[in-house]
Every structure is written in C-alpha cells, then in structure tokens.
Design a protein around this ligand. Structure first.
Ligand code: FE2
Ligand code: FE2
Length: 151
C-alpha cells in the first residue's frame, strides 16, 4: 500500500516536515522495490534505516532545544521503533524474503510512522508554536510493539 502524504500531518517545523515527507517517500520506494523484486533492496533498506536514525536525532535535538516536556517518553518511542526495525532487518538479512520485508513495511512501519507523526510528533509542533503546554490530549498511543533496530 502506497502512503499518500497528507498535509494534516505537517507539524509546522520545516526540517521535521521535510524529513517526514522524505520518510514516506523512502518507505513507498522500498515497497515498490519489493514488488519489483529489485536488486537494490538492501541498499534502499540501509538508506531508510540511516535516514530514520538521522531524523530521530534531529527531532530529539529540537525537543531539547525547546524544552519539550515529553522528551524522555518520546525518545523511548523512537528507541522502541529502532529495536523492532533492527530485528526485522536482521530477519530479512537472514532469510532474504522480500515478501516478509514488504509485509513489515506495509503492516508495521507505515502504520507506526503515520500514527507517530499524527500523535507524538504533532505534539512537538503544537508545543513549539505555543498551542499547547504539551498535554497528551491527542495521544492515543500505538499498539505496535517494537523490538530492535540496528543495521
Ligand atoms: Fe518522533
Ligand atoms: Fe518524526
């Protein structure tokens, strides 16, 4: 399933919004590569993982810069995703199944990404723009359980 970027996902921070759009693009490209059984999947996967790490670092730095009150909690969510991605990447590297990878991207990553942007990341933008004091009123959490991301 291709993710279509929705402007309502913008959090109002240009760097973060452009990185989120890029992440959506990279996930879509990787799903397409899986469909095509493309030879460049390992490189594309590695690029996506690295880009995600860069994004998390930038987003966490932004939170610290602005004194975002849910920094620790947010960082923990990022760590959980890193952990589960690491596990899936290891499985993919072991078994080389593109259908497995596509399923992970479709069922887990895409859902996590959208849910996380809509809830957790949105709170950062709201806090920085002064629209909220960092209340978790919009938070509805993610049911996805994450375990391990390394390369
Ligand atoms: Fe985040
Ligand atoms: Fe984010």
């Amino acid at each position: 399933m291709k993710i279509e970027w929705d402007e309502k996902w913008s959090i109002g921070e240009p760097l973060i919004d452009s990185q989120h759009k890029e992440l959506v693009k990279l996930v879509n490209a990787l799903i397409f590569s899986c469909d095509q059984q493309s030879a460049d999947i390992p490189a594309a996967l590695s690029f996506l993982v690295n880009y995600t790490l860069t994004h998390f670092n930038d987003e966490e730095a932004l939170q610290l810069e602005h004194g975002f009150p849910h920094y620790e909690d947010h960082k923990q969510k990022h760590e959980e995703l890193k952990a589960i991605v690491s596990e899936h990447v290891a499985n993919y590297q072991k078994f080389g199944s593109t259908s497995y990878l596509k399923n992970v991207l479709d069922e887990t990553l895409a859902a996590w990404l959208i849910n996380h942007i809509e809830t957790e990341d949105k709170m950062i933008g709201d806090f920085i723009s002064g629209n909220s004091l960092g209340n978790k009123k919009n938070f509805h959490g993610t049911n996805v359980c994450f375990k391990a991301l390394k390369e």
